[in-house]
Design a protein around this ligand. Structure first.
Ligand code: PMP
Length: 361
């Protein structure tokens, strides 16, 4: 009998990540509202810095990311020593599972939680456990109910993807108080800036030793292509993550671009105002067309149709008009489409297209 090399248990249970399409067959430049990217691009200062840094690609990048960590720390009022940078927040979310869970451990997240949480749990050899949500919103009591002595890690995205719903710091604090000290509570703040008055959970990191906050440059900062994220945690957790990450995980262009982006406050303030205004228009327009949506605290809206057939027909109609949105069946919403909040003209275009789909105009 020939012996064959096989992957660790759990790996073959992972379904490949289903990313959003970026093209529509036969259409040159679709209006892409499928990946929650910044419709205004990124800070011009960041692009310029990336171009300048690209002239010196023969040099290895910094291993300790100190300049970027200091810039993030200053901008957010946090201790730079307790910040770690990663290849998107994805890398840090994954390293947390790898370092703190494993065979025999459980990783808990909610029903419609970000699809990568299951992948991170299985990759680490841990058992994924899912808590139900209430009205498409994270339900703290349901999570507390499913905590066991084997729970090593709880992932919560706040605001959540793909629902756009969010819960307040008081609810998160109640969860932090219930999570045993042997378990990490990971607050995924990929969309934190869009939730007005929310600090991404940074204050809870300061209150509880087992709370970690992750953030990203991919959404508000418009740097999805650069792949930069960061986490804020206790010195102990940061030390653990630094041991398991690659020494040169972030490229020199990524480090330089992100540093310039975090220092361009004016750009992100303008983007935040634009998102808030256009999100109201998008939600209001959908409601007027009889398409349900929960109040979103992110840069996208989950548009719920009558059923899966209507959602698929709406998606096909939007594609026909050159607009790409996201099918979220994989997240447990076959009847819904996730639409990124665009600029004013984009919102007008998607609402007009949906009005034609509904036969309203
Ligand atoms: N968390 C959530 C909830 C997300 O939606 C995403 C991106 N889709 C991420 C984390 C990862 O983002 P990135 O790796 O680009 O920082």
């Amino acid at each position: 009998m020939t012996m064959r090399i096989t992957a660790q248990p759990g790996i073959m249970d992972i379904a490949l990540y289903q990313g959003g399409a970026s093209k529509i067959d036969g259409q040159a430049e679709p209006l892409k509202l499928s990946s929650n990217e910044n419709p205004s691009g990124c800070s011009p200062a960041a692009s310029a810095k990336v171009a300048e840094t690209a002239l010196n690609l023969h040099r290895y990048p910094s291993t300790d990311h100190s300049a970027l960590r200091v810039a993030i720390g200053q901008s957010h009022g946090l201790d730079a020593q307790r910040i770690i940078c990663g290849v998107g927040s994805d890398e840090l979310l994954s390293l947390l599972a790898m370092a703190y869970s494993g065979p025999g451990g459980e990783v808990l997240y909610t029903e419609h939680g970000f699809s990568m949480y299951r992948i991170f749990a299985l990759s680490a050899g841990a058992t994924p456990v899912v808590a139900p949500e209430a009205d498409r919103t994270v339900d703290i009591d349901a999570i507390i109910d499913r905590l066991t002595p084997a729970t090593r890690l709880v992932y919560i995205a706040n605001p959540a993807n793909p629902t756009g719903t969010a819960i307040g710091l008081d609810s998160l604090r109640r969860l932090a108080q219930s999570v045993p000290p042997t378990c990490l509570l990971v607050l995924d703040g990929a969309y934190a800036e869009f939730f007005e008055g929310y600090d991404g959970g940074a204050s809870l990191v300061d209150e509880f030793d087992n709370v970690v906050m992750t953030r990203t440059f991919s959404k508000l900062y418009g740097l999805g292509g650069l792949r930069v994220g960061w986490a804020y945690a206790t010195q102990e957790v940061i030390d653990v993550l630094n041991r398991v990450r690659g020494p040169f995980n972030l490229s020199s262009v990524a480090l330089a671009g992100a540093e310039a982006a975090v220092n361009d406050r004016a750009f992100v303030e303008t983007c935040l105002q634009e998102n808030a205004a256009q999100r109201v228009r998008l939600m209001g327009g959908l409601n007027q067309l009889g398409i349900a949506c929960d109040p979103s605290h992110a840069n996208f809206v989950l548009a719920r149709f009558a059923d899966e057939a209507e959602a698929l027909a709406a998606d096909a109609h939007l594609k026909h008009e050159g607009i790409l949105v996201r099918i979220v069946k994989g997240y447990g919403f076959p009847e819904a489409l996730r639409i990124t909040v665009g600029r004013s003209d984009d919102v007008t275009r998607v609402l007009d297209a949906l009005a034609r789909f509904k036969g309203v105009s």
